[in-house]
Design a protein around this ligand. Sequence first.
Ligand SMILES: Nc1ncnc2c1ncn2[C@@H]1O[C@H](COP(=O)(O)OP(=O)(O)OP(=O)(O)O)[C@@H](O)[C@H]1O
Length: 585
Amino acid sequence: MRSMRWAWGYIRNYRDRFFISLSLSLVISALNMVNPYIAGKIVDKVIFGHQTGLLMPFLGTMIGVTIVKTVIRYNYQLSFERISQGVIFTLREKLYDRLHQLDFNFYDRTKTGDIMARMTGDLEAVRHFIAWGIYMIFENFTILVFAIVFMFSIHPPLALVMLAITPITGFFAYKLAFTVRPTFTEIRGQFAKLNSVVQENISGNRVVKAFAKEDYEIDKFSVQNKEFKEKNLLSARVWEKYLPVLDSLAGVFSVVMILVGGFMVIKGSLTMGQLVTFNSLIWAVNNPMRMAGWLINDLQRFIASAEKVEDLLNTKSKITNQIIQYNVKNFNGVVEFDHVSFSFGDEQVLEDITFKVIPGQTVGIIGPTGAGKSTLVNLLSRFYDTAGGEVRVDGVNVKDWDLHKLRGNVAMVMQDIFLYSDTIEGNIAYGNPEASIESVQFAAKVAEAHDFILELPDGYDTIVGERGVGLSGGQKQRIALARAILKDPTILILDDTTSAVDMETELRIQNTLKPILKEKTCFIIAHRISSVMEADLILVLENGRIIERGKHEELLKKKGYYYHVFKTQFGNFDDRNQGKEVRCI
Ligand SMILES: Nc1ncnc2c1ncn2[C@@H]1O[C@H](COP(=O)(O)OP(=O)(O)OP(=O)(O)O)[C@@H](O)[C@H]1O
């Protein structure tokens, strides 16, 4: 029982409470034998034995036992609920922590809907089992054992007859468990798919509307929804096939009891009171049998969900942090790529990339779409590890730097800009929450964002919607740039950061950035020549290889790829001024 062992690892923290609660549950199981016993005694002693004086003490005891049972049950049910909430709290925290440790490789291949299913439905199934399933299984099992022992102590032959039916019930309960289990796994998998469709559609609702694909998406959802319904029905069909059998077997107990027991009373080998006790104990054998199906159901759900949660918790990041500690607080910013290669699966994305850049220098990276520009800078932050060669920062392989330190010294404005549903100030100060409003405003000014922010209804306190809804593409880019500037990194990476900004604003940003970049190492990825032409080193990437390198003027002289892109973007230009004046028009 791998899942149970796994769950015990968490329940163990509440060991005392857990065992006290189980003991209380055991007491309840034992107390359940008292009233059938007294019922038999009332028949034998009070009704047939005419000892009427015993009636009130017997009834009083029955009422007392019932009250005690209620109080104890309330307490241990609450206790199991507490344990389950504690376990789920820890699991949720651990899962969230794990999600933050996992690398790009994981997020590249995992759907958000699947993660959400684990964080919600699966955790709830685990919680439900700990809060309810465990004690119900224990309680039903112990009641069954007590009832059997009690029956044998009263009349072994009748107890044996009753017990003869039990293996048949056990067989069907076992069959149900193993037939129903795969259906639960399928239901759980389908639930994750359904979640993914909903999540993708909500996130991509603008695309859906722009392409008028509402009907298509509704149909797509219906297919998954129908599949979910079918899988649930399939599970229910398995269930419905076995439940009547289990119920009927429970009914057989009563019939056998009346038949055999009645015969024994007539023959005089069993008293009427003993038959009443046996009769009162039928539920104690019956009920666990009937509940077995439900409990197996819950157990299977728990196993299917626990495996998914455990799986996620055990998922390892390919990017592992190094323990080597260098006594350095801030980086200098010397970046070297030494014969670096990288591939996504079978696709070779970067090949033999070699260059070096020192603090104060800016590297411009240009090249056709899919050339590997973003991947190159992703290797610098160690979002992925190189397949060959080394990326070094300040002479140390990035794999040997503490990840936190490495990424703490790098600020990256990614192509796909993400803003939180928070104030503009909160978004800019994300990497440096302690920053004063003056520093936030300074960063915004450098990013040419200050003026438009002031025009927003609440200025820096304006709350932007999820992913920055309410801002234009260029505005979002400038907020993201301000966020990176405020972090004051040693290495600044701008991946297509000004693509949605007009050229005039871009030029102003370049000018305000200049003094800031003096002591930093900067990478600018762009499709516009105007974004990289001032760089100290321009790398032209094609199919993962550097095909040209040098400064703007040198590259123009080569009359290669760079020259042609420049010509396309700037039209007829005067070769002697190399486009500089044209650019400023
Ligand atoms: N997460 C990923 N998984 C698999 N392949 C990927 C992944 N990210 C990028 N690629 C592939 O790697 C290649 C390089 O992608 P990359 O994003 O580095 O190009 P790029 O030069 O930055 O392109 P663009 O200018 O369009 O941003 C592409 O062929 C792309 O399909």
